[in-house]
Design a protein around this ligand. Sequence first.
Ligand code: MRU
Length: 312
Amino acid sequence: MQELVNIRLSDDENSIIILDQRLLPNKIEYIELRTAEEMYDAIKLLKVRGAPAIGIFAAYAIFILGREYADYIKSARPTAVNLQWAVDRMVNASDLLAECKAIHQEDITMCRAISENGLKLIKNGDGVLTHCNAGPLATSKYGTGLGPLILGAERNMRFNVFVDETRPLLQGSRITALELINAGLDVTLICDNMANTVMKQGKINAVFVGADRVAANGDVANKIGTSGLAVLAKRYGIPFYVFCPSSTIDMSCKTGSDIVIEERSSDEITRLYFAEPVAPVGVKCFNPAFDVTEAELITAVITEKGTFIKQS
Ligand code: MRU
């Protein structure tokens, strides 16, 4: 299977070519983005998604559009700090082309180091539960939460990976399952409400997730549903690991309560991935895209710099 490239600068360096992640797994379609509105929408509508990938994309966007679009591009999504981090780096850079390429390249190096660090936490044959998508398409290469599994597969290790669907946008079933199958891993797809059962049955040795923003006290914002898994993992004594590049750590946020949680449209719950609506027209919905997992529920945060185990 050919590696899917999520983001690249066009050959003439006037546009960005991305894999439209909304269409996965049914269609592999690349789209070319030239205007500020197209680039803003690509982030907002999750054509490009995943905290590190949004940062890389935004860096290329500022190279093409210019620094005056920094605030506009930053405002596309509020929770993943990598977006602001990458745009701020571009704003302060003297050579925009070199800087966006460096941001992309550094993410590849960081993901590889995160994967090596994470692989030390599991052994051959382990069952791992993952949520949302923290794989190559959410980053640059390997991924964060999925990186150790993909690296392990390259080394002929085997893991039983349980992937939850991740309602409402189904990043788990649409993207994570695809990436892990392509990497040759054993994948079992479950619905979001089945995590308790597979944990109780002893099938899970560790939970691996990514992060959108880590606060100074170790609280972690990640895809809605992450904190529930952490509570369950604690109940069953299963280690709960968060993987992210150091660019996801935001020391200006003291705790998780300082992190802005994005709220998205009701349509995502009621109809987006269904042929027919699955709720009464006009029903009131609450659709927070992320939640905060308190540091006390997290066994360790793994970055390219090492594994930071919580002192208890
Ligand atoms: O809304 P998304 O799909 O951008 O959310 C993605 C996540 O929550 C990921 O777990 C997180 O960004 C880490 S990606 C390495």
